[in-house]
Design a protein around this ligand. Structure first.
Ligand code: 13P
Length: 287
């Protein structure tokens, strides 16, 4: 059974490691992530953006696929299915569709509106036994059409949002979605420490996990980050392995055009990247 993400993240925050949110795009992504989580005895959060859900037809399709796969693969590790950067409409749709967790991203609203809306979604999510993530200070870069300027979150605003009863909180600390540009200033650990102190120990979320150097990941975990989101890095691994297969002419040899053969190198590449993330975040063997 899929679970909400509250308990696994509280355990991670106490244990000094982070749980990976792996964003999924299709059946292969989901299967790669779930099989590796089981092999590594690691908890995991399946992240779904509105765009990815649209590609897979609907939030309900994604829930059905994840739930059925969890059962049919005989999984035992804790797995949550979580809406990534949800709008009002998407949060409502995921509550209906049987997700176990949502992120309401009100960071682009004036702060008072972010507070009011987050408060409503906390009540709705908790009434259904779901966990909820909120956001303060937008994450820079672009992900599936959601664009953020990338400001540093104000610790006082973080305190106020955390006090609404959200289960975990995303706060901008210089992180961005997608690949980090040359000259990126790095994560602001001073701000992260202040946010941690202001938020009474709720697990913090680091978005934009692609390409953050290992030492920064470790330091962020030591300062209260218990969930790290990764999306682009899996897309890059998948694309590179698929490109190699085709450039090596393998799709033209025998039945190499069979989609199960054509997609397999990319599938295996995703599995390896997921494994590397579990190792880096310290979640191996924690399930
Ligand atoms: P990346 O695409 O940079 O890994 O970020 C993923 C993310 O933060 C999902 O919300």
């Amino acid at each position: 059974m899929l679970v909400n993400a509250k308990e696994m993240l509280q355990k991670a925050a106490k244990g000094g490691y982070a749980v990976a949110q792996i964003n999924i795009n299709n059946l292969e992504w989901t299967k790669a992530t779930l099989t590796m989580a089981q092999e590594q005895k690691s908890p995991v959060i399946l992240g779904v953006t509105g765009g990815a859900a649209k590609w897979m037809v609907s939030f309900a399709t994604v829930t059905a696929m994840a739930k059925e796969m969890y059962k049919s693969l005989g999984l035992t590790v804790p797995v949550a299915i979580h809406l990534d950067h949800g709008s009002d409409e998407q949060c409502h749709a995921c509550i209906e569709a049987g997700f176990t967790s949502i992120m309401f991203d009100g960071s682009h609203y004036p702060f008072a509106e972010n507070i009011a809306k987050t408060k409503d979604f906390v009540a709705l999510a908790h009434a259904k036994g779901m966990s909820i993530e909120a956001e303060v200070g937008s994450i820079g870069g672009e992900e599936d059409g959601v664009v953020g300027a990338g400001d540093l979150a104000d610790p006082e605003e973080c305190r106020q949002i955390a006090a609404l009863g959200v289960d975990f909180l995303a706060a901008g600390i210089g992180n961005i979605h997608g690949q980090y540009p040359e000259g990126w200033l790095g994560l602001d650990f001073d701000v992260l420490g202040k946010i941690r102190d202001a938020c009474g120990g709720i697990p913090l979320v680091l978005h934009g996990g692609t390409g953050i150097p290992a030492e920064m990941i470790q330091k962020a975990i030591s300062l209260g980050v218990a969930k790290i989101n990764v999306n682009t890095e899996l897309q890059l691994s998948f694309a590179a392995a698929t490109r190699k297969y085709i450039e090596d002419g393998k799709d033209k040899a025998g039945k190499g055009f069979d989609p199960r053969k054509l997609l397999n190198p990319g599938y295996e590449a995703i599995r390896q990247t997921v494994k590397e993330k579990f190792e880096l975040f310290g979640s191996v063997g924690k399930a």
